[in-house]
Design a binder for this molecule. Structure first.
Ligand code: FES
Ligand code: FES
Length: 159
């Protein structure tokens, strides 16, 4: 049965009437038209769909929208401040850390989440936390360089 789910996305309050068991990913993309968050495996195995829920990175494909009722969701669209990219976005851009880019939004959100969890994390510690993120183009070396840049440049990394 449908229910009204109230939550915050990128700082804006939204209300969606839908099946609470529907995936957050589907609601973000199809109801809220936030298509920066990507559908990869749909099974929690690739992390292309990573968003932050209350500051913690979560695979949105296996997060039901009912679970984010009254919670705060951050997607890649909400990361920059106006024209000012988030330091992690800027680091990925500076390092050209992508090929097709399909996994990139999830990677960036994963790094932001890791740095929120532990603002003092070293680059190798953040890289270790990113083990679940799959890049089908195999751009892992570039991602690691970008993570090192993000950690060293932002100091704290935080969003
Ligand atoms: S699409 Fe969500 S983990 Fe792969
Ligand atoms: S850049 Fe293509 S999947 Fe990662």
């Amino acid at each position: 049965m449908d229910a009204k789910i109230n939550f915050t996305v990128n700082g804006k309050k939204v209300a969606v009437t839908t099946d609470p068991q529907r995936s957050l990913l589907e609601v973000l993309r199809e109801e809220l038209h936030l298509t920066g968050t990507k559908f990869g495996c749909g099974e929690g195995q690739c992390r292309a769909c990573t968003v932050l829920v209350n500051g913690t990175s979560r695979p949105s494909c296996i997060t039901s929208v009912g679970d984010v009722d009254q919670q705060e969701v951050l997607t890649i669209e909400g990361l920059a401040s106006g024209d000012q990219l988030h330091p992690v976005q800027a680091a990925f851009l500076a390092e050209g850390a992508f090929q097709c880019g399909y996994c990139t939004a999830g990677m960036i959100m994963g790094v932001v989440g890791a740095l929120k969890d532990n603002p003092q994390a070293s680059a190798p510690e953040v890289v270790a936390q990113m083990q679940g993120h799959i890049c089908r183009c195999g751009s892992y070396a570039k991602y690691q360089t970008a993570i090192t840049r993000a950690v060293t440049q932002s100091g704290k990394g935080g969003a």
